[in-house]
Design a protein around this ligand. Structure first.
Ligand SMILES: C[S@@+](CC[C@H](N)C(=O)[O-])C[C@H]1O[C@@H](n2cnc3c(N)ncnc32)[C@H](O)[C@@H]1O
Length: 257
C-alpha cells in the first residue's frame, strides 16, 4: 500500500489511534529530517506497546525497516486494531519480545525511537538500558526519546482512570491513592495493573533525563521541554521546585558518536 492510501485510511481512525499512526511519525520524521530522514533507515521502536507508532513509521516510509521491541505481548493485538480501518501490518514492520531491562540482540540501527517509555524503565536498570541502546546504534545513529507526562507534573501519576489530572498523586497519601483505586469502577485486574504501573514509575525529572542521557558517547542534537501554564498547589511548592511541578514533557534527540 502506498503512503497516500495509508494516510487516507488512517485519517478515519479515532483521535488516539490517528495520533499514533499519523501525528507521532510525522513529528519523528521532522526531528530526523536534518540528520538524514527516515528513508531507507533501520529503525527500532523501543517499548512499542501495541505497535501503532511503529506501524505508522513503516507505512509512512516504505523503504525503511521498522522493528518494534516490547516486554509484553501487546503487538499481537495490532492486526485487530488496524483491521477496522482496512489496514494490515505493513511488510517492513516486525516485532521482538525482550525481557525487562534488555534491549534485544540486533544492532546496526540508524534510529531508535522511544515514545512514553523511559519513565517506566526502573532506576536500577535505566543506565544499562541507555548504554545497551547506544550499542544497538550504528556510529552516527540517532536516539529519539520522548517522555510525557513527567512524574511531578499534574498528570504524572498516569492515573487518568482515577481522574488524577491535578497533582493528586503528590497531595494525597499513598494509602488514599490506593483507596481511590479500590473505589473506582476498574476491575480487580485493572486496579492491580494501574497500581503496579504507578509504583514503578521512576520519578525522573527532565533534568534527571538530561543528566542520564547526555552520557559519554552521545552528542545532543535537539532538546524540547514543555511546561503547563497552571499554578501548582501551594503545599507542593514548599517540597518540590516549580520547574519540576510544571514540566510535563521532555523530547531529546541524540547522536551516537
Ligand atoms: C505508555 S506505553 C507506550 C507504548 C508506545 N511507545 C506508544 O507510545 O504507544 C509504555 C510501554 O513501555 C513498555 N516498557 C516498559 N518498560 C520497558 C522496558 N524496560 N523495556 C521495554 N519496554 C518497556 C511497556 O510494556 C509499554 O508497552
Amino acid at each position: 500500500m502506498d503512503a497516500d492510501r495509508f494516510r487516507s485510511l488512517a485519517e478515519t481512525a479515532s483521535p488516539d489511534l490517528r495520533q499514533k499512526l499519523l501525528i507521532l511519525p510525522a513529528i519523528i520524521a521532522d526531528w530526523a529530517e536534518p540528520h538524514g530522514g527516515l528513508a531507507g533507515r533501520r529503525i527500532m521502536d523501543f517499548g512499542c506497546g501495541l505497535g501503532e507508532l511503529a506501524a505508522g513509521l513503516a507505512y509512512a516510509e516504505p523503504t525503511a525497516s521498522v522493528v518494534g521491541l516490547e516486554v509484553t505481548d501487546q503487538p499481537d493485538g495490532l492486526p485487530a486494531v488496524l483491521k477496522p480501518l482496512g489496514l494490515i501490518p505493513p511488510a517492513n514492520l516486525s516485532f521482538r519480545t525482550v525481557p525487562l531491562g534488555e534491549v534485544g540482540d540486533e544492532d546496526d540501527f540508524d534510529l531508535i525511537v522511544s515514545w512514553s517509555v523511559f519513565e517506566h524503565v526502573q532506576r536500577n536498570q535505566f543506565d544499562a538500558v541507555v548504554a545497551g541502546l547506544k550499542t544497538r546504534l550504528k556510529p552516527g545513529g540517532l536516539l529519539f526519546m520522548q517522555v510525557s507526562p513527567l512524574f511531578f507534573s499534574p498528570e504524572g501519576s498516569h492515573l487518568w482512570a482515577l481522574g488524577y489530572t491535578d497533582w493528586q498523586h503528590l497531595t494525597r497519601e499513598l494509602s488514599e491513592v490506593r483507596e481511590d483505586l479500590e473505589a473506582s469502577s476498574l476491575n480487580e485486574r485493572q486496579r492491580e495493573l494501574h497500581w503496579k504501573l504507578f509504583l514503578r514509575l521512576n520519578r525522573f525529572t527532565a533534568l534527571d533525563f538530561d543528566a542520564r542521557l547526555h552520557a559519554p558517547g552521545f552528542t545532543a542534537l535537539r532538546r524540547q521541554v514543555d511546561r503547563v501554564d497552571r499554578e501548582p498547589p501551594a503545599e507542593l511548592l514548599t517540597a518540590y521546585t516549580r520547574e519540576a511541578l510544571t514540566t510535563e514533557q521532555i523530547v531529546l534527540l541524540l547522536r551516537r558518536d
